[in-house]
Write a protein of this length. Structure first.
Lengths: 330, 267
């Protein structure tokens, strides 16, 4: 019998994360879905020496790396798209604090697929022939790198190709639009690699912008790409991706994206940012106060709001969610 | 970096680059656009001469056109507000690009070399050497551009024309062009054909059919062969048929500016 898995954010970080784990974010690129708020909580609980698996960099990795909590990272794309370079990650890489292993965006998805399938390796027809194959930040003295994307022979054609190593992160914090208390989830917008990640990771925590009744999942079962049977815990957190966007819920906070990235460019700015935007809230209400209630309202007025219409009738109120959470933690 | 308004011309150099890039796309093609200016060039083509182009982004966002200006990312709400299908990276970059189905891709570059190899990973002072030492400046990494460079039928590279961006040899190949030139791609069995053009803020370079070295094919009304050669970090050869690119028509400019609602190319 599936059980109610709703727990508070701080409890999820306490229970499922440790220093030095291989930690994956379930995100949709640097501007969209990501449980950035989970990364803030990792810092609040002083987690460090993380091995970050981020299909793409997001503001979460930018913050964690900028604050010195990441020893190793593996990424397909490590910028912030039109918002520019990720200054925190960049500073960590240039100083040697974080070893950043480069792959492409397809490679990261394929490696998660390989982990999910328990394959020994994944055939690589991309990344080969480039310095992504030749250079390894995890084995910098080896040139050309032999263990990152080794050359193998296609047994059918005889063609030389590459082999990607599968990924099985210890913990994945996956941002979803809607989750029920059992851990069934619907993602609005591109799912990027969250489907594969939810099967590749050893433990999956969902961070949802809204909690819905399970009846919602029974109405749209084809859209439930993450089912409860692979999920350990469900965290309700509105504006979990802020300052990034969540289709249907809120747009990207352009001003804060820039403010945050500018702050992360220096050690001093990062310390100020952590003081002002990581440590300065106690609960969901004070977190939303920090974003600014007017800002919350403005960002919620999104051209994508209509995407949420089919699901609105099942969205639970904060009071209902608090009662359900109390059941689990009692 | 901001594009200066072109002297006495009613468009910017970046707009000329976007329009010249868009002209490389043909109606009905399956096309994938990278983030930023590539996306504006691609959706300009759709708005102007290629209404039946089948456009996608690597996030697996299909059937969409940007609303409210240049999307902040390929998954931004500005491109998620009118999609007909959302899927995922494996689908877009794998099933539709690595498979060989995608006709054309548009990618950007921090640095490009004479064989069309692209560096978006980092800047080192001099060669990296045998040890993979820390970059002086860390850039964004390959993203999906490596996958597009390996898999798309042809690739158009869009890049601001400056000497530091046009190197004889890039210090790090993030996305393969023709590697060492000639048929060097064959060894890797890439399903994609490689870059067909480098479209810049000053002109258009195309590969020699045999050596695969990029040579100057065309310049703009406001640029010249000498200016382009001076802004290129290798001894750029000039095609015997070098010619001037037609200026943007009023219809082209109007279509581009409808897509570029926030004026990203005019800043």
């Amino acid at each position: 019998m599936p059980a109610n898995k709703l727990i508070p954010l701080a409890e999820a970080v306490r229970r499922y994360t440790r220093d030095g784990i291989q930690y994956a974010s379930g995100a949709a690129l640097p501007v969209g879905s990501d449980a950035v708020v989970f990364g803030r909580e990792l810092l609040r609980q002083k987690r460090k020496n993380l091995h970050a698996v981020f299909h793409c960099n997001t503001q979460q990795l930018n913050l964690l790396a900028g604050a010195g909590a990441v020893d190793k990272a593996e990424c397909g794309f490590s910028g912030l798209e039109v918002f520019g370079f990720a200054n925190g990650l960049r500073r960590a890489v240039e100083s040697g604090q974080t070893a950043l292993e480069d792959y492409s965006n397809l490679a990261m998805a394929l490696r998660l697929l390989g982990g999910a399938m328990n394959w020994p390796f994944v055939p690589a027809t991309v990344n080969i022939g480039s310095d992504i194959q030749q250079r390894s930040a995890f084995a910098p003295d080896e040139y050309p790198a032999t263990r990152k994307i080794p050359t193998v022979t296609d047994p059918f054609s005889g063609q030389e190709i590459g082999a990607f190593s599968p990924l099985k992160p210890d913990v994945a914090a996956i941002h979803v639009s809607l989750a029920d208390p059992l851990g069934n989830a619907i993602m609005l917008g591109t799912e990027w690699s969250r489907f594969e990640l939810s099967r590749a990771a050893k433990k999956v925590i969902l961070i949802a912008d809204a909690i819905v009744d399970t009846d919602c999942m029974r109405q749209y079962p084809n859209l439930v790409r993450i089912p409860d049977i692979v999920v350990e815990a469900v965290v309700y957190h509105p504006f979990a991706a802020w300052p990034q966007s969540s289709p249907g819920f809120y747009d990207v906070d352009e001003a804060h994206m820039k403010l945050m990235n500018k702050a992360l460019a220096t050690e001093e700015g990062t310390a100020d940012y952590v003081r002002d935007y990581v440590e300065r809230y106690d609960d969901i209400d004070s977190y939303l106060d920090l974003i600014g209630r007017d800002n919350v309202e403005r960002l919620s007025n999104s051209a994508t709001s209509f995407l949420l219409d089919p699901y609105r009738q099942w969205i639970k109120t904060p009071a209902e969610i608090a009662a359900l959470t109390a059941e689990v933690t009692a | 970096m901001s594009a200066p308004l072109t002297e006495n011309l009613p468009y910017t150099r970046q707009e000329m680059m976007a329009i010249a890039t868009g002209r490389e796309l043909r109606d009905g093609e399956l096309a994938i656009f990278g983030v930023g200016l590539s996306m504006l060039a691609g959706y300009f083509a759709q708005a102007h001469h290629a209404p039946n182009i089948r456009a996608m982004t690597e996030g697996g966002v299909y059937g969409a056109t940007p609303v409210g200006g240049l999307p902040w990312g390929i998954e931004c709400n500005r491109i998620s507000a009118n999609a007909t299908s959302f899927t995922n990276a494996l689908d877009a970059l794998g099933f539709l690009v690595a498979s060989g189905r995608c006709d054309v891709g548009i990618i950007g570059a921090a640095q490009v070399d004479k064989f069309g190899n692209v560096n978006t990973t980092g800047i080192w002072d001099g060669e990296i050497g045998d040890r993979y030492r820390l970059p002086k400046t860390r850039l964004t990494g390959a993203g999906g551009a490596n996958d597009i460079a390996c898999g798309a039928g042809r690739v158009v590279i869009m890049v601001t024309h400056e000497p530091k961006r046009f190197a004889d040899q890039v210090s790090y190949i993030s996305s393969p062009g023709y590697l060492d030139g000639g048929n060097a791609r064959d060894k890797f069995g890439f399903v994609g054909g490689g870059p067909s053009a480098i479209v810049t803020t000053l002109g258009i370079l195309r590969p020699d059919p045999v050596s695969k070295e990029f040579i100057l094919d065309a310049y703009y009304a406001f640029s010249s062969v000498d200016e382009i050669r001076a802004a290129t970090g290798w001894d750029l050869k000039v095609s015997p048929t070098v010619h001037v690119v037609p200026e943007p028509s009023p219809e082209e400019l109007a279509a581009l500016r409808r897509v570029d609602e926030t004026g990203a190319l005019r800043k």
